[in-house]
Design a protein around this ligand. Structure first.
Ligand SMILES: [Mn+2]
Length: 352
């Protein structure tokens, strides 16, 4: 243990000079490593999620480390890598290309008829493929070193590379997707690696992913419903409306969590789109939708997974934003707490 870690006082103020959650560990001393991906090329409604990692980091210093369910888990060490400036620059440039394309589409235009826009679309698709491969390389290296890995987006396109890297380590695993959206569109707006296509791409590119369990879905299109219906063995969707109806009729969240966990296989990757929560908890997220969950409800779902003996093998947290004009909203405060909880549950199941 380094001197910093040996002298660390968990009861004291979170030091800005320390790493995520104010923790004093180096990457070598940390069981869990977080990859920030400040990327929002294909967001379709509101910008800001590229600043998610830095805003979550800032708010993470305010969190008290004591977790009544998993009190000492942080002592395994958590470390967030520095942001890659080239990734952010690339995102900023490609975002401008994507905005031109989205504007053309919203005006009823056809991108393929416009040579300049067709070129930009190709640039976006090449750039997002590069980002996918970069994430896979970075996280694959960490996984092979025996690290637990979490990813902090950025928009929901960012974790595809990590999920592919997880597929290299685990011959069979499931995904728990907390989200307002199904994200099952094929190349939304022409963008192959759109935030709205993440689970479509996972189904296509990660054969090791045997079961997708979606929770909180309440904004989706016919095309996505067709994908869900066409693969009943591989996709199980707990729509927000169905969950709420069970509760209105007197069923408990505890029972519903048990059903969700039962639908999942032994090895579970968690993909948490913050817009799965009630938008009062993420008002600046890119595509907020009324409905969804309290943060503590999702924590109870995590606890139910933990108590079931199933193993969490990785996670991402995405679409946390502070908007274009505000930096002091609730979004990053919620995001930091969700991130801490996921770090604790991932680390707590590492020896299973
Ligand atoms: Mn999503």
């Amino acid at each position: 243990m380094s001197q910093d870690a040996a002298h660390f006082d968990p009861n004291s103020v979170g030091l800005k000079t320390n790493n995520i959650f104010g923790l004093p560990f180096s990457i070598d001393e940390s069981a869990l490593v977080l990859l920030p991906v400040p990327w929002e090329v294909t967001v379709s409604y509101r910008n800001g999620t590229a600043r998610g990692p830095e805003n979550i980091f800032k708010e993470s210093l305010q969190i008290d480390l004591y977790d009544a369910d998993l009190p000492d888990t942080w002592k395994n060490g958590y470390y967030m890598l520095a942001e890659d400036k080239n990734i952010r620059k690339k995102s900023n440039y490609l975002r401008q290309c994507a905005e031109l394309i989205i504007t053309c589409l919203s005006d009823g235009g056809d991108v393929t008829c416009n040579q300049q826009l067709a070129g930009k679309l190709q640039e976006v698709n090449e750039g997002t493929t590069m980002m996918r491969d970069w994430v896979q390389e970075m996280t694959g290296t960490l996984l092979r070193q025996g690290k637990l890995v979490g990813l902090v987006g950025g928009d929901h396109s960012t974790p595809l590379g990590l999920i592919r890297a997880i597929g290299e380590q685990y011959p069979s695993f499931g995904i728990l997707q907390i989200d307002a959206h199904a994200d099952l569109r094929n190349a939304y707006e022409g963008f192959k690696y759109s935030h709205a296509s993440i689970m479509y791409n996972v189904l296509q590119e990660v054969p090791q992913m045997s079961k997708l369990v979606q929770v909180g879905i309440r904004d989706y299109c016919d095309e996505e419903l067709d994908v869900i219906k066409s693969q009943p063995d591989r996709i199980h969707t707990f729509f927000d409306s169905a969950i709420k109806e069970r509760q209105y009729m007197g069923d408990t969240w505890h029972h519903i969590c048990q059903d969700i966990v039962a639908a999942l296989p032994q090895h579970i990757y968690i993909s948490f789109d913050i817009d799965g929560l009630d938008p009062k908890l993420c008002p600046d997220t890119g595509t907020p939708v009324p409905g969804g969950f309290e943060m503590e409800q999702v924590f109870y779902l995590f606890k139910t997974i933990h108590n079931s003996g199933k193993k969490i093998i990785g996670f991402d947290l995405n679409e946390v934003s502070c908007g274009e004009h505000t930096t002091d909203g609730i979004d990053a405060i919620v995001g930091a707490r969700v991130l801490y909880k996921m770090c604790n549950y991932l680390t707590a199941s590492k020896d299973r």
